[in-house]
Design a protein around this ligand. Sequence first.
Ligand code: PGA
Length: 241
Amino acid sequence: MKIIRAKDYTEMSRKAANIISAQVIMKPNCVLGLATGGTPLGTYAQLIEWYRKGDLDFAEVTTVNLDEYRGISKENPQSYWYFMHQNFFNHINIQPAHVHLPDGANLDAQAVCEGYDSVIHELGGIDLQLLGLGRDGHIGFNEPNVAFELGTHCVELTESTIEANKRFFESKEDVPREAYTMGIKSIMQARKILMVVNGADKADIVKKAFFGPVTPEVPASILQMHPDFILVLDQEAAAQI
Ligand code: PGA
């Protein structure tokens, strides 16, 4: 585990974007695993800026996102498909056919999950997986006590995640109750993992996940075992380590 400390959110985002850029430059046809949530937004904004300056080219890049709500279509502004296009894909030269997210509109969980694992496999695996960190230690929608050996699967969202995500919906009732997510196994198979964390409200979980025991109670703690895991933190998130 390599820890990179940044003074604030902007610097955290720039350092994370630097690592992703290096990956894209070294291997232009790489497979990037991407994440939604508030934390990676600055990283995407920085990558877009460098793309606009002509320093980055995504023409051969393929992406696979971590997760998607079940029972929501791509056109729904709350879908992760929509989020990724609004905040990243629409602003770079990625080919639409190179973008992958679990199909939230398909309610056949087995078909979606098996299909998604096949896509990742056929792409040759993920070169670099970007992650955020949930306040309860979740990664993707892998909530506490998830089995570490799962590939893509369908989960019921926990109350705390529904609570945290309701800010994006009109009301709490509108938050989908289920999601498709890459499993811990899928994430751990990525050749490189990059996590971005900021803010004082994540300081406790950072300490617990990366300086405590590896346990399914804190899904992110498994990342301690990954051979190439980089954690980029701002000062507030690093306050307890
Ligand atoms: P956040 O979410 O980046 O919006 O804090 C992190 C997560 O739940 O993975």
